[in-house]
Ligand binder design. Sequence first.
Ligand code: SF4
Ligand code: SF4
Length: 318
Amino acid sequence: MLTAEKVKQAAKAMGADCVGIGTPDRWDGAPIQMDPRFIMPEAKSVIAFAFRVMRGSLRGVEEGTFFSNYSSMGYGGLNWLYIPMTMMNVAKYIEDYGYEAIPLGHLSPWRAIDNVGNLRGLSRPVEPGKPAPDVMVHLRIAGFLCGLGEIGWSKMFLTPQFGPRQRLAVMLTEAELEPDPIMEPFLCDRCMMCAKDCPGDCIPTDQSRSVKVNLGGHDVEWGDIDHQRCSVYFRAGEILEDGQKGEYMPGRDDVGPSPLSPFYKKPANVYTHGEGISGSIGCTRACMIHLEQQGKLGNKFQTPFRRKPMWRVDWSAE
Ligand code: SF4
Ligand code: SF4
């Protein structure tokens, strides 16, 4: 007989770091474009998985000497290599018990909606009452509804094991598994270190500028992030003023290198989304440092992450 414990043990043996299980009815009230029940109407369980981004993959960014590792061995490699392989093996494990299973990893390129929920004009519903393909199962919301952790003010998903330092994946299955409770938030204390260190001021410090949703009967709130600015600043670009022209990013002649980039031009991608050149200095590094200092995280280290003041590049003379 397939049990929740067996699935968790198997998934961890195959490479997942954390596993939580929710029920599909926790998505009651979800927008039609984000409801996993339109993908698998007979699903009995939704399983969320966390895969850690190794702290060491951020070391070269922190030193200012080695940036590609965060993409290749950090979140890009997880998104496009390690997570799909692990998830396919976990799905095969569940299907060997006679229950259909759908592994979901990084969904961005095909999803019908953009970051703020608007249809991107890519597709149309196959019949009335159905969403346009592809439905986007919001991984952070799934992580919350499956009891893996909480959503911080930075909108980053925070777990008690790794804080903001992980990628998420989801499995839909017809197997009925014992669900986990939704976790009561305790990690994010609204310290605003994420906002203070964000190079683009993309995370508000004003707590009235928030997004409020109800997830599975729980009120959840995060900062109203400026995703358009983040898409420049997380690549360590800086939006130029006064009509200045820059060559840092293809297709954006209004962007130059920020003090967080030692590169004359944004380097090539490692994996499709491998562009986190700033190492998410606010929403990941500052938050992780804060949560580690508070002793809140299970993944402990012998030495603190930040060992000297952050470097900056002076581009003013260029
Ligand atoms: S840095 Fe502070 S405010 Fe921001 S998400 Fe982390 S704990 Fe919350
Ligand atoms: S990824 Fe970088 S630019 Fe985007 S919100 Fe986080 S700290 Fe700010």
